[in-house]
Design a protein around this ligand. Structure first.
Ligand code: S3P
Length: 166
């Protein structure tokens, strides 16, 4: 079984992926961590030194490498992975993809405290930030909604989300 989790930054892909993998006894792969360890740099460092265009290339290469592996896994994608190249087609060919869906309001609340550690939103002022998230999510949704399943996260606990996925 190959399952991929996708959704905007802060939607819980890594937390849920890790728990789900342990529950199903499957290997857990976090795409951002995989890229970081391959390039020996954190994601913010890659953005700062190599830039976003190179990051998207590294992300694409890492995705292909993971999807081509024979083994089963739970894969947490990066928030932007489905929106570049034809990544979403590859993801759907190789895995059962699940979109963890949250509203802009829910995402703004979750992301506000950790804004500074995320390269795409760190530079935004407190006034610009909510507007950016709403607009960016609107664009990304077109990609996310191609997932094979859509799960409304709302106020559900991690346990409840995992039960729904299973
Ligand atoms: C990104 C999301 C991040 C990371 C990078 C770019 C995006 O992953 O890949 O900062 O474009 O939305 P998470 O969604 O896991 O935070």
């Amino acid at each position: 079984m190959k399952i991929s989790l996708l959704g905007y930054m802060g939607s819980g892909k890594s937390t849920i992926g890790k728990e789900l993998a342990s529950k199903l006894n499957l290997k857990f792969i976090d795409l951002d961590k995989f890229i970081s360890s391959k390039h020996q740099k954190s994601i913010p460092e890659i953005f700062a030194t190599d830039g976003e265009i190179k990051f998207r290339k590294y992300e694409r290469e890492a995705l292909i490498e993971i999807l081509e592996a024979e083994e089963n896994f739970i894969l947490s994608l990066g928030g932007g992975t489905p929106a570049y190249y034809d990544n979403m087609d590859l993801i759907n060919q190789a895995t059962h993809s699940i979109y963890l869906r949250l509203t802009p309001k829910e995402l703004i609340e979750r992301l506000r405290p950790e804004k500074s550690s995320r390269p795409l939103i760190a530079h935004l002022s407190d006034e610009e930030f909510p507007e950016f998230i709403a607009k960016h999510l609107f664009e990304r949704r077109n990609f996310y909604e191609n997932a094979k399943s859509i799960l409304a996260v709302q106020e559900k606990s991690v346990k409840k989300i995992i039960e729904e996925i299973i």
